[in-house]
Design a protein. Structure first.
Length: 75
């Protein structure tokens, strides 16, 4: 059975500090073209492609955030 969560990344990105690696996530343009393909991929906002400035968030990380910060949406 799948677990469904609603997760707002804003408080995690703005209020928590996970080091300099998380600073590019404060750019809202990163989330305009998020793609899901096993992982969440935030394309480079300047090029719109997956390159060295793209950010991907591993499924393990997403699961951790959902379980610790998300709202369970199971019916």
């Amino acid at each position: 059975m799948y677990q469904y969560y609603e997760l707002d990344f804003y408080p995690l990105i703005e209020e928590e500090y996970f080091g300099e690696v998380s600073l590019p996530l404060r750019d809202e343009k990163r989330f305009e073209s998020v793609k899901g393909d096993y992982t969440l991929i935030c394309l480079n906002p300047g090029t719109g492609i997956y390159d060295e400035k793209a950010i991907d968030i591993a499924p393990e990380c997403i699961r951790f955030f959902c379980e610790n910060y998300g709202k369970n949406q199971n019916c």
